[in-house]
Write a protein that binds this ligand. Structure first.
Ligand code: 13P
Ligand code: SF4
Length: 324
């Protein structure tokens, strides 16, 4: 069944001149039919430079919106428009704007896991793979507002020794890892290397020797000669980890509830091969944004791209909310 679907998808892709970009948290069978698989920064860059007519983003909607903002003439599809993210849901535009207005001299550094509207009132976008470089480029005399992920913000503030005003959002998946049970697991596997995504709570992060984006964690498994890894991130990435190190033991970090599949992102897992095939057949659902919103959101995404390609940037003065 899956084999036929995969063949149908390849045929449709050629017919429509489409490219498929997939996030590491998608099911393995989706990762395997994609042209490019990666972390959120990599997918944004691939989407920006794509020459295809149609870009299908098998991930969550904010990732597809970022591609649409960066490459607006393309038709950008998602398998399911309901594929949101708890960080997006936890940062509604009006409240985020009010928070910014309380700190008008601050530079708003916003995680890519945010809506297009929130990006439009942000100064620069970051992902967990480029945040350190970007924050280091911000003048030291400017206060930093960081949102919507407080765990990532707290981790960066500590690493970079930089005060930050944090928006109180979190990832509902990474918050479920249990520090208590992780500690017990480490006692059972003292030879394992513990690696974690910075969206985890600081009580979990304290046990990790490597903290980084999905691509950073995958690189660690690939390059560290250790034979055992305890991984505190979403389960989809195990697919690539097992491919690069088939002989290594990759152990999922535990949640408090032993019985649930807590560390599956319910938004990423809304996608399926069936929905991808349908999206390529019908060219729907399409991600669309008004020109006005897109252009305003592009400013903060462009700053991310400029800083990460070592281009000079200027920083805005006091915040005045734009009309959206
Ligand atoms: P990455 O940027 O590390 O791929 O993370 C995206 C994400 O949604 C993590 O939950
Ligand atoms: Fe959002 Fe968390 Fe899912 Fe990533 S894993 S898309 S942060 S809900």
């Amino acid at each position: 069944m899956s084999y036929d679907l995969a063949a149908d998808i390849q045929k449709l892709k050629a017919e429509k001149n489409a490219v498929i970009l997939a996030h590491f948290y998608e099911d393995g069978e989706i990762q395997d039919i994609a042209d490019h698989v990666g972390d959120s920064f990599f997918l944004a860059k691939m989407g920006q430079k794509s020459n295809a007519d149609v870009i299908l983003l098998a991930g969550v909607v904010f990732m597809a919106e970022s591609v649409k903002i960066l490459n607006p003439t393309k038709k950008v599809l998602v398998p399911d428009l309901e594929a949101s993210c708890s960080l997006v849901k936890g940062a509604p535009y009006e409240e985020y704007k009010a928070w910014r207005e309380k700190h008008p001299d601050g530079i708003a550094v916003t995680y890519i896991n945010s809506s297009a509207e929130v990006k439009a009132i942000s100064d620069v976008i970051v992902t967990s793979s480029n945040a350190e470089q970007i924050i280091n480029a911000i003048p030291k005399d400017r206060p930093i507002l960081f949102g919507p992920d407080a765990n990532l913000g707290r981790y960066l503030a500590r690493e970079l020794k930089r005060d930050m005003i944090l928006w109180p959002g979190s990832c509902e998946v990474h918050m479920l890892f249990s520090a208590r049970r992780l500690h017990e697991l480490i006692q059972k596997h003292p030879d394992a290397v513990v690696i974690a995504h910075p969206e985890c709570d600081e009580n979990v992060l304290q046990y990790a020797t490597v903290i980084g984006s999905t691509s950073r964690l995958l690189d660690e498994v690939k390059n560290n000669p250790a034979k055992k890894f305890i991984v505190a991130t979403e389960t989809g990435i195990f697919h690539q980890m097992k491919k690069v190190r088939p002989e290594a033991e990759i152990i999922q970090a535990p949640s408090e509830d032993e019985t649930c599949e807590c560390n599956n992102c319910p938004y990423m897992k809304l996608n399926s091969l069936q929905k991808i095939k349908l999206a390529l057949q019908t060219l729907k659902p399409e991600v669309t944004l008004s020109d006005a919103l897109r252009k305003k959101a592009q400013v903060s995404l462009d700053r991310m791209m400029d800083i990460t390609s070592n281009q000079p940037v200027t920083w805005p003065g006091r915040f005045v909310a734009p009309e959206l």
